[in-house]
Design a protein around this ligand. Structure first.
Ligand SMILES: *Cc1c(COP(=O)(O)O)cnc(C)c1O
Length: 351
């Protein structure tokens, strides 16, 4: 008999979006990957880092990922001491929980959003609370005058629904939490606004970003966080000391440096998103205006599962959530214009 910690034995574990084996046969719109390749400078930088014979791989990478911090610092207007690079933003979410919430402490997140926060908290033996949204109001259901938990996660833009919280609302929350407010900005590059300025104003605000969506680098596992140097120093203490390999570090710098390519890619996805949203409304779908690279859309009969299954039969993969507040719709990633035209045709056929 193995003797696991009780919380590990009892937890279910996170189930990521389905990755089909014969990917080429599918239109894959279920994990918010970017349909465009990363900047060509990324592959160049990775190949240069490998070197002709791979000799560089013999050596450990820079433990501090300093080049990445400096590049991100220049881009966002922060000193590098306010930035940490990570092996995917999931690593940061995990280490934030490890740094701030011990066994029995409470963390919270806004529901619906990214349920992985709960999985990570369960590993720590922390307790998890969720706050629902009150429709039509910028208010969290049951949120106390002051929240005494260790961390509150706010996904902005919200995933899977796609809307952004007004900055004034996020700012008010920052003032009402005793612990840290983590603004998970996985999709902020597709939005008009972000919460970076609040990091300067409030010492308990952390913003996390990922290269997986807007920089087309889900396969490289890259993320970063912006926070006060004291918070960054704490996160530096707990991470693996070589958390980014040499290739990931080279990729991060090259991706951040090529802003022209990045902006064009984001522009195209936003354009396709807005076109697709309009077309969906024309065929009677309910669509929440989205600031991400996905839309949350519900068919006229509000039977998201039925349409998910019918799309699946046609080898179009979207995301359906069985959660009662989400089951009426689907989260559809924005692919290329051509992929979205095919998806729209399929939806018209399905009816
Ligand atoms: C994709 C996603 C992440 C994870 O990003 P990685 O950098 O790939 O780990 C975190 N939060 C949200 C809301 C996401 O959608």
């Amino acid at each position: 008999m193995i003797s696991l910690r009780k919380n590990i034995a009892e937890m279910a574990g996170y189930v990521p979006g389905f990755q089909p084996k014969d990917e080429a046969a599918w239109i894959k719109l279920n994990t918010n990957e970017n349909p465009y390749p990363p900047s060509p400078k990324v592959a160049e930088a990775i190949l240069a880092e490998v070197g002709g014979d791979g000799a560089n791989l013999r050596k450990y990478p820079d433990a501090g990922s300093r080049a990445g911090r400096e590049e991100a610092g220049r881009l966002y207007g922060f000193d590098p001491s306010w930035i940490i690079m990570a092996n995917g933003s999931d690593e940061l979410l995990n280490n934030l929980i490890r740094a701030f919430a011990g066994e029995g402490d409470e963390i919270a997140y806004v529901h619906p959003s990214y349920s992985y926060y709960a999985t990570l908290a369960e590993v720590q033996g922390a307790r998890v609370r969720t706050f629902g949204l009150i429709p039509g109001r910028w208010e969290l259901d049951g949120f106390p005058g002051r929240y005494a938990g260790k961390l509150l996660f706010l996904t902005n833009p919200n995933a899977p629904l796609g809307f952004t919280f007004p900055l004034s609302f996020i700012e008010e929350l920052a003032g009402r939490v005793d612990g840290m407010l983590v603004v998970d900005e996985a999709y902020a590059d597709f939005a008009d606004e972000n919460a970076l300025e609040l990091v300067r104003k409030y010492d308990n605000v952390v913003v996390t970003r990922t290269f997986s969506k807007s920089y087309s680098l889900a396969g490289m596992r890259l993320g970063l966080a912006v926070a006060r140097p004291e918070v960054i120093a704490a996160l530096d203490k707990i991470r693996d000391h070589y958390n980014l390999d040499r290739l990931a570090q080279a990729a991060a710098v090259a991706a951040l440096a090529d802003q022209n390519y990045f902006r064009e890619c984001v522009r195209r996805i936003r354009e396709t998103r807005d076109w697709f949203s309009t077309e969906l409304r024309v065929i009677g779908y309910g669509v929440i205006p989205s600031s991400g690279n996905y839309v949350f859309a519900s068919p006229p009969d509000r039977n998201g599962r039925r349409v998910y299954d019918a799309l699946y039969e046609r080898r179009i993969l979207v995301r359906h959530f069985s959660d009662p507040v989400l089951e009426h719709g689907m989260r559809i990633t924005i692919g290329t214009r051509e992929e979205m035209e095919k998806t729209l045709e399929a939806l018209k056929e399905i009816g």
